[in-house]
Design a protein around this ligand. Structure first.
Ligand SMILES: [Zn+2]
Length: 217
């Protein structure tokens, strides 16, 4: 498991990251320790238009048809401090339950793409089963490629851009594996790109943190 703050590889059941001090209990203090439901599209801030939603549903359906072992979920919502997309994604992968066709999916093969609309931050959280498959540098590039859409508060286009980038990465990894290519170890970095957008170009529904918590987690 990678630390969601500094991406150091952590052994199972680590109380706190030895490098940056991140502690899962800090996130639990904000979001609770209960189970949560992971929906394919979690638009808590009501940022997505119907057309965006329809396009994203089609994109996710197509993705999961071709990669049935992997599941992707999208979240856009205001996060109460000190949460970031990376730490909220970490919490949701650890507490969330994704049900599909009546069966519980394995979060080890889960991918969460989170957007915090007020700060303009985006993040990708991976289940541990995918950490060696998807290089951190490529995930960072996928987030950076969506910067333009995030800056214009076009969150539907941002999600589509990131999902398509992940799709390409998995196809590439699958091809490399088929050819017997070795995996190249990568230097871990947080899957997290702070964009530092000015407030006026974000377009969130300014939900109070309490409401976010109740509706989503
Ligand atoms: Zn850390």
């Amino acid at each position: 498991m990678l630390c969601p703050k500094c991406a150091t590889q952590l052994p199972e059941l680590t109380a706190a990251c030895p490098k940056c001090g991140f502690c899962a209990a800090e996130v639990d203090n904000v979001l609770g320790n209960q189970a949560a439901t992971i929906e394919p599209i979690m638009d808590v801030a009501a940022c997505l238009r119907l057309a965006d939603r329809n396009k994203l549903e089609a994109l996710l359906d197509d993705f999961e048809r071709r990669f049935p072992q992997v599941h992707i979920a999208l979240f856009v919502g205001v996060l109460p401090p000190p949460l970031t997309p990376a730490t909220a994604g970490f919490w949701l992968l650890n507490h969330g339950v994704r049900i599909k066709h009546g069966k519980r999916r394995d979060n080890a093969m889960g991918i969460l793409i989170l957007i915090e609309p007020t700060s303009g931050q985006a993040g990708i959280s991976l289940g541990y089963g995918l950490e060696t498959l998807l290089p951190t540098s490529s995930l960072t590039a996928a987030l950076q490629a969506a910067t333009h859409h995030l800056q214009h508060a076009n969150f539907g286009a941002a999600f589509r851009s990131i999902v398509r980038a992940i799709d390409r990465l998995i196809r590439k990894a699958a091809t490399s594996r088929a050819r017997g290519a070795p995996f190249v170890p990568v230097t871990p970095k947080p899957h997290h790109v702070p964009l530092g957008l000015p407030q006026h170009i974000t377009r969130p529904a300014q939900l109070p943190p309490k409401q976010v918590k109740e509706e989503v987690w």
